[in-house]
Write a protein that binds this ligand. Structure first.
Ligand code: FPP
Length: 279
């Protein structure tokens, strides 16, 4: 295993450093996932075409990726293009998003390498146009040796489809008698997800103020902390991710349990008339 690179936190901007210094380095999340929303509204507020909002959104992607790499965030996952975007947006917008993705990869692979970032993808990527898939593969191969932040782009991704794909794979194992129905566990579902090799997100961020998950990583976010900001994605920078991490560190994660030190009630010690008893 190559030795870890020295921390690059000193490369953060002065504003980023002032937030980073307040963080507990031992509790930096392992995995941050972001629903990037608001490109269209950003453009609309400026009387610009939606395309320009997406183009500005691609700039935000690179800023956030570089901040992630400077704080040694192990996993960063970005919802870049959903199955629903593919099916429900006008063809011209879908084509533009595909062109933007190719351009982003061509323009940023060198910077990913400079930042020790490895890129990978989740989603039904086989359904994307071949010229996009070629560039995706090229970028994945060109960054494969990097050992820092893993940038995962969710492309043509839908969580329900991911779960349907997992169910289909499990059914095949049952049909091939590798597994019986009684043996199926949560782990069998987990190992068939597109994210089988990744930890679940600790923190999920959504921009543009919408309080919804939009079919993103439904299984994986069972215990994720959710941070919603009104900021539109093209205005989102690394410093805003650090603010979200600071908020995350102020929360207590209980995974359905109790806070440390909480005494469990002793039912026998409660006054009989205060306890609900079956009649
Ligand atoms: C939502 O904006 C955003 C998307 C459709 C996907 C995110 C795409 C980008 C950030 C562009 C480039 C990405 C990469 C990886 C190069 P919206 O159009 O839904 O905004 P609205 O809700 O304000 O209309």
């Amino acid at each position: 295993m190559p030795s870890p690179l020295p921390s690059r936190a000193h490369e953060l901007s002065a504003d980023e450093q002032s937030i980073y210094r307040t963080l507990d380095p031992a509790r930096i999340p392992k995995h941050v996932a972001i629903i990037m929303d608001g490109n269209g509204r950003w453009a609309g507020k400026r009387s610009l075409k939606r395309f320009l909002g997406h183009q500005q959104g691609a700039e935000s992607v690179q800023y956030v990726v570089e901040t992630a790499s400077r704080i040694d965030l192990p996993w960063l996952t970005l919802y870049a293009f959903s199955l629903e975007n593919n099916l429900r947006r006008p063809k011209t917008e879908v084509n533009f998003l595909m062109l933007l993705l190719r351009t982003y990869l061509i323009n940023n692979v060198q910077r990913m390498n400079d930042n020790n970032v490895r890129i990978q993808y989740i989603g039904r990527t086989s359904e994307l146009p071949s010229e996009v898939r070629d560039k995706m593969q090229w970028a994945a191969e060109a960054t494969a040796a990097n050992t820092g932040t893993v940038l995962t782009l969710a492309l043509n991704y839908g969580a329900r489809t991911e779960l349907a794909d997992a169910v289909r794979a499990i059914c095949s194992e049952v049909a091939e008698r590798k597994l019986t129905l009684d043996q199926i566990t949560e782990q069998d579902i987990q190992r068939h997800l597109y994210t089988a090799h990744m930890p679940d997100p600790d923190l999920i961020i959504r921009t543009s103020g919408e309080m919804r998950i939009s079919n993103f990583l439904l299984w994986q976010i069972a215990y994720s902390e959710i941070f919603v900001t009104d900021r539109l994605w093209p205005d989102f920078r690394g410093i805003h991710m650090l603010e979200a991490i600071a908020d995350y560190q102020r929360r207590e994660r209980r995974y359905g349990g109790l806070s440390d030190g909480t005494e469990s009630d002793d039912i026998a010690s409660l006054p009989a008339n205060k306890v609900l008893v079956p009649r």
